[in-house]
Ligand binder design. Sequence first.
Ligand SMILES: *[C@@H]1O[C@H](CO)[C@@H](O)[C@H](O)[C@H]1NC(C)=O
Ligand SMILES: *[C@@H]1O[C@H](CO)[C@@H](O)[C@H](O)[C@H]1NC(C)=O
Ligand SMILES: *[C@@H]1O[C@H](CO)[C@@H](O)[C@H](O)[C@H]1NC(C)=O
Length: 437
Amino acid sequence: MPALSALVAVLLAVGGVVDALPPRIGTPRVSSPSNNTGAGASADAGSKRSTPPGTASLTQIRNPSFIPNGPLALAKAYSKYGQPLPPDLQAFIDRIHQQAQQKRSTGSVVTTPQQYDVEYLTPVTIGTPGQNLEIDIDTGSSDFWVFSSETPKSQVNGQTCYNPKKSSTAKKLDGATWEIEYGDGSSSSGDVYLDKVKMGGLNFSSQAIEAATRVSDEFTEDTNNDGLMGLAFGLINQVRPQKQKTFFENLQPSLDKPLFTADLKSGAPGHFNFGYIDKNAYTGSITYTPVNSTQGFWMWTSPGYTIGASGKFKSSPIQGIADTGTTLLLLPSSVVTAYYKKVSGAGYDSSNSGYVFPCDATLPSFYVSVGDSARIKIPGQYMSYAPVDSQGQNCFGGMQSDDGIGFSIFGDVFLKAAFVVFDAGKERLGLAAKKLP
Ligand SMILES: *[C@@H]1O[C@H](CO)[C@@H](O)[C@H](O)[C@H]1NC(C)=O
Ligand SMILES: *[C@@H]1O[C@H](CO)[C@@H](O)[C@H](O)[C@H]1NC(C)=O
Ligand SMILES: *[C@@H]1O[C@H](CO)[C@@H](O)[C@H](O)[C@H]1NC(C)=O
């Protein structure tokens, strides 16, 4: 299933490392098309590290000018998994679209992308000579698509476009097309080139690059995001007539270990590492749990959960996917209800299509169990996603219901709290605790 990890403004930048060469510190994004003072992120000087051959490390930085929107983050998840939006949520989205439309037609500068949720952008180089794009790495989808020279000018709004004509190594993949559609009406489609791709010092010479010949308004408005790189399983790649492998699948034979790790952080630079496990990135030990890739996702099952430090373990298997492209943590409604019962003033708010609570409420931590004896602690403050009103009185919860999606989604609210190993070699997910800010 395609990913919509993309609709929002956020981050970027980073440090790749080639073989035995000294570490490179990434270039920060220089300007934000939507706000010249805005989204420039600073390079992460702290990311210097040396990595062994056959490995790579990427650093990410969060866009400080990002304005979050809870209901949109939720809608994005529904849309991503092809589920119709619940009526409350649909009404909310319709209102947003109407507003955006009105503002666009009067020509005022609306930074609509910032109304959507967080995404993490990472620098990727395509072609020869290299063209640098800022890409959203999404473990919940399997297509690598980019804005391109074939995307109509009217649909491009500051994004960097891949131009195959300016790459001596680009080759058209004849007859191949792709199309991605979302329940909220956003979509993109195009044709396919094979070209060289470099990321964090790793490279593959004939990666399928899905060049957009059309993107919908939502993507156009997400000015910082030049495309999306899916790192789920090739099974759900959308290229026809023949599915294409993901960059990670192509890289696997040349990696030291057939795995990558995600170390996302709350409001701070995070890393994706390929081919190795950084022992300094986590505390304690890594607990591995089997992945069921039948549906093309990094799907695993947690045996249960605990609410609050002194709470009792509740045995209740939760099947869900590890998805860097979804911001929120979406769990079965029984779990969500149990959690918000412990938050004074919390309740389901139909005008916001989700659980909200007073922003000054005390939020219990939430523990997700992994395997027989390990668990990941999500600090209470991660459960407050964003205010729903301009006075900052009520806040939208970081945990919401997965009703109708068919499985749970362990999105960024959860992933930020853990060090996560995506081990394709053994089809398993490794989870470890780490120091949290
Ligand atoms: C850019 O962002 C800053 C700080 O968030 C704000 O004060 C300023 O008005 C914005 N400028 C534009 C052109 O939107
Ligand atoms: C591409 O990767 C190969 C194998 O990992 C490596 O030998 C080569 O130096 C890399 N080339 C560049 C330009 O990074
Ligand atoms: C994996 O998931 C599929 C469908 O999602 C299910 O039919 C199958 O039983 C699962 N396999 C295991 C070993 O749990």
